[in-house]
Write a new protein. Structure first.
Length: 324
């Protein structure tokens, strides 16, 4: 996005990678987690910070598409491009929880338009030994499922719930396809986006919980067999999510990576998503004992968000001064 009169700011902004959208994802999902714990004031602060960042990134996305087509295409081929879809669905979900369903529906429509274009471009350029961002194909797809299921419950719309169910299973299939492409050494060497390995499982568990919650006596979406399968798969996904979170925390302790990297926002997002999915699955499956670990994970995600945000501010200030 052009910034006449601010050459340092313009240079710094133009060097921003596509994965910067993970900051919006992180802010949005931590906002959702805080909402579920009743911390509404802090939740809304993070929501509006995420919305402001989304507007800036969306404007830049449009400007590059219109004026820098080759640069836009190069960026769109990287897995980080799918943060545009995921960030839009996460904010849409949070806005729907505020009762702003029309805005959430617009977010879903926009994400649906972007999703196939970016997904095809990204998947066609998969290779071997890829970073954790390869799982963004699953995250973006499950983000659509989460938002569609949230709106289906809010608006009592059956077809949206069925569409969300299709996206849920497609997201799991994409996770399975991405897994062989992931370089396992990233668990000990990755700069932050290796956490998407678990974040994709977490958002899949959240999608399952949202699908279960969307059912009602009025809609009668799932028969007993379908509901049992959804419950079992959702519970299994949460177990895998928590196990992956523990493994990644152990790897971080064994090989600390304390230097700030923009991809650290892709660490905050899975932590927030793990917290949110734990709370949501606990509610959907009537497992009240999950409330305490879910709340603890929310505040852990908030703490990591603050640390990464501080690193981002320092990095931005350094970049602005050096660019200027």
């Amino acid at each position: 996005m052009p910034m006449p009169g601010f050459p340092g700011l313009r240079t710094w902004w133009q060097g921003r990678p596509p994965a910067a959208g993970a900051a919006v994802m992180a802010s949005g999902i931590v906002s959702v987690g805080l909402h579920l714990t009743g911390s509404e004031a802090v939740s809304q602060v993070l929501l509006w910070l995420g919305c402001l960042a989304w507007v800036a990134l969306a404007a830049d996305f449009a400007v590059r598409l219109a004026t820098q087509r080759q640069r836009w295409l190069a960026d769109a081929k990287s897995p980080g491009a799918l943060t545009a879809v995921a960030a839009t669905t996460v904010l849409g979900t949070r806005l729907s929880l505020l009762g702003r369903h029309t805005v959430a529906e617009a977010a879903l429509a926009l994400a649906v338009l972007l999703w196939p274009v970016l997904l095809i471009l990204v998947v066609r350029h998969w290779g071997r030994r890829m970073p954790g961002s390869v799982f963004l194909c699953c995250v973006a797809t499950q983000g659509l499922a989460v938002l569609a299921a949230t709106l289906a419950a809010a608006k009592s719309t059956a077809w949206l719930a069925y569409a969300a169910l299709v996206l849920f299973w497609l997201g799991l299939a994409l996770y399975g396809l991405a897994l062989p492409c992931f370089d396992p050494r990233q668990v000990f060497e990755g700069p932050g986006d290796h956490w998407v390995l678990g974040g994709a499982l977490a958002i899949s568990a959240l999608a399952g919980a949202k699908l279960l919650a969307a059912d009602s006596a009025r809609l009668r979406l799932w028969n007993d067999d379908d509901r049992a399968v959804l419950r079992d798969v959702t519970a299994t996904l949460l177990v895998l999510t928590l196990a992956c979170c523990v493994a990644l925390l152990v790897a971080e302790a064994a090989r600390p990576r304390l230097r700030y990297d923009v991809r650290r926002w892709a660490t905050v997002f899975p932590l927030g998503m793990t917290a949110t999915s734990t709370l949501s699955v606990g509610t959907a499956l009537a497992l009240g004992w999950l409330k305490q670990p879910g709340q603890a994970l929310v505040w852990l995600a908030v703490a990591v968000w603050l640390v990464v945000a501080a690193g981002a501010v320092r990095a931005a200030r350094t970049g602005l001064f050096s660019a200027g």
